[in-house]
Design a binder for this molecule. Structure first.
Ligand code: ATP
Ligand code: MG
Ligand code: MG
Ligand code: MG
Length: 561
């Protein structure tokens, strides 16, 4: 590629509002341009990097026999109403109405679509296990889009979905995807730590995040020196690890409890008219045991929010406990009524025992069907919950190091949340109807590229990891009106281009301008054709080294091979 024909609008200075180094360099190098807040155009240089990363992803998914496909961006609200996420996803969802007034949305992620289109077509255990993936633009109306591609409102994600007939199959699929993702990060030159993570609005009992340490990261992880321990601090502060015992453990769903301080907000969260709700109270015990009470009519239960118990269930499950708490003969045996609920809220013992989440903030959550002894163990994170940097990690007792990091990927064992709520069943090997067991696996492709830049800054510009560099070799001719230089440059361009992607700077620009731009292109190998071209000598500089060295053209062929 001739640089005189390549569109690469470089800037001397990054705009003042760019904070992250990756954002600054991608703007300065002409990789991307902002179109509107959190929405970017990928210019030729940026698009080359993107395509290289996508190619690697395609190869690694092929290796684990997961085929690629593509889902639409424009989705109907109906699927999301079925899963219960239409309301739960909240303001981050881009919503629109079509001309007939039908509610639609732009996909922020595709669990519902894959459940509808794939899981519902799996009729027999014989068709499983199977998984599919896509690399596609997602839309999330982030409250604070920032740091360039790190937090966009439109961004590219690789999202894979797995479908299994048994828990064992899901475990295997999860391991396969995890290994494929690790291979992808490795080849893209992004150093990551897998950490146990919060599943957010995805549901499901078990998820792992891939965290890439970087100065600009919005998350904090704790690691040890030898890499045998890594944990997400946010997670450590909020939850205990799950016991990995699928036999014993019922499907646990972590459900965000949004700001439900008014009946209207609660109704919104439940997706029911507010007239159906008379009064509600939610409690979360300190020890994670969940007690949820709701007063209202039974129709609330019909919206299938499992964590909301009706009066009968409350009575059955917690009769003794409620009696104790309320100190009322009625407590737990009579129907839940408004007076009773008020009494509980006001009760000093209850305040001491329970975190009352009426008016909870968005970081609160609860588990349905959770049982402390059965479903949680308190060892691993309990230790670092109060730990400081330098204290021993709970596994190998090496000093803990706290680092900011970027969530570049997130994989989930979803279980049957979507297939239950949306009705995707199959016949198992005993001829019994069962819900399909799902997993979902995502990499923020564009975010990962920013993370790669953040981890490969070399002072002047970007030292791109070899496999995702926009060009492998950058040929720079110092003087365009020197015939010897032109002859050698054109010869090298021709020879090297048969094997590598080569950018040839044939512009009539001063060397200073060319070198500055070359720092922004960040090709792993830079070859400068200057004064000694007549003797067949060029200068070679590797992007991860400070100094250039002179080399003969013959030796060069050895070097690049
Ligand atoms: P975050 O915690 O940063 O908001 P998330 O947990 O909401 O991310 P997931 O739903 O787990 O994101 O989506 C899978 C992956 O998509 C993330 O691990 C991340 O790499 C990427 N991603 C999520 N939101 C964005 C965004 N706004 N811009 C770019 N990439 C994103
Ligand atoms: Mg998010
Ligand atoms: Mg997250
Ligand atoms: Mg996530």
């Amino acid at each position: 590629m001739r640089q005189s024909k390549f569109f690469m609008p470089t800037l001397k200075e990054a705009p003042a509002d760019a904070v992250a180094e990756s954002h600054k360099l991608m703007l300065r190098g002409g990789y991307i341009r902002q179109v509107t807040a959190g929405v970017y155009a990928y210019l030729p240089l940026g698009y080359r990097v993107l395509r290289k990363a996508e190619n690697i992803m395609e190869q690694e998914m092929e290796k684990i026999n997961v085929p690629e496909m593509i889902m639409p961006h424009l989705l109907p609200a109906t699927m999301w109403q079925e899963s219960g996420r239409y309301v739960k996803y909240g303001q981050e969802m881009f919503r629109l109405n079509d001309r007939h007034g039908r509610e639609s949305l732009l996909g922020p992620t595709h669990e519902e679509t894959f459940t509808e289109i794939i899981a519902k077509n799996l009729k027999s255990y014989k068709q499983m296990p199977i998984a599919l993936y896509q690399i596609q633009t997602k839309f999330r109306d982030e409250n604070r889009p920032r740091f360039g591609l790190l937090r966009g409102r439109e961004f590219i994600m690789l999202d894979a979905y797995s479908f299994a007939a048994t828990r064992e199959q899901l475990d295997e699929q999860f391991d396969d995807e995890k290994k494929a993702f690790e291979a992808i990060f490795e080849r893209c030159g992004v150093k990551v730590h897998p950490v146990i993570a919060d599943s957010g609005t995805m549901g499901g009992k078990n998820s792992t995040e891939f965290q890439a340490p970087a100065a600009i990261g919005e998350d904090t992880i704790a690691t040890n020196e030898s890499g045998t321990y890594a944990a997400n601090l946010e997670m450590a502060k909020s939850i205990d690890t799950f016991k990995q015992d699928p036999e014993e453990t019922k499907e646990l769903k972590k459900v965000a409890t949004p700001d439900c301080d008014t009946i209207d907000k609660l109704a919104d969260f439940l997706g029911v008219p507010s007239t159906r709700i008379v009064k509600s109270v939610l409690f979360i015990a300190d020890d994670q045991k969940v007690l949820v009470l709701i007063r209202g009519d039974k129709q609330i239960n019909e919206v299938k929010l499992g964590h909301i118990l009706d009066a009968d269930e409350v009575r059955e499950a917690n009769a003794a406990e409620l009696k104790e708490i309320t100190g009322s003969e009625k407590g737990g045996v009579g129907p839940v009524n408004a007076d009773w609920a008020d009494k509980i809220i006001a009760d000093e013992t209850v305040k001491g025992l329970y975190n009352v989440v009426v008016g909870a903030n968005e970081t609160d959550f609860q588990f349905e069907n959770a049982n402390l002894d059965r479903d949680f163990k308190v060892d691993e994170f309990a230790d670092i919950r109060t730990a400081n940097e330098g204290e021993p990690d709970p596994v190998d007792h090496e000093p803990l190091k706290f680092t900011t990091s970027i969530e570049v990927g997130h994989i989930f064992k979803l279980g049957t949340y979507y297939t239950d709520t949306m009705g995707a069943d199959f016949l198992d090997n005993n001829g019994k109807t069962q819900p399909v067991i799902m997993g979902s696996y995502g990499i923020g492709v564009t975010r990962m590229l920013s993370a790669a830049v953040e981890q490969h800054l070399n002072g002047q510009g970007i030292a791109w990891p070899k496999e995702i560099a926009p060009f492998s070799i950058h040929l720079i001719q110092m003087k365009m009106n020197d015939d010897e230089q032109t002859a050698l440059a054109e010869r090298l361009e021709k020879e090297l281009s048969s094997k590598y992607d080569v950018l040839y700077d044939d512009r009539k620009e001063r060397p200073g301008v060319k070198f500055n731009d070359a720092d922004l292109v960040g090709a792993p190998i830079r070859i400068t054709i200057g004064r000694k071209a007549g003797e067949g000598i060029v200068e070679v500089k590797l992007s991860n080294e400070e100094k250039a060295s002179e080399i003969s053209v013959d030796e060069l062929t050895d070097l690049v091979n």
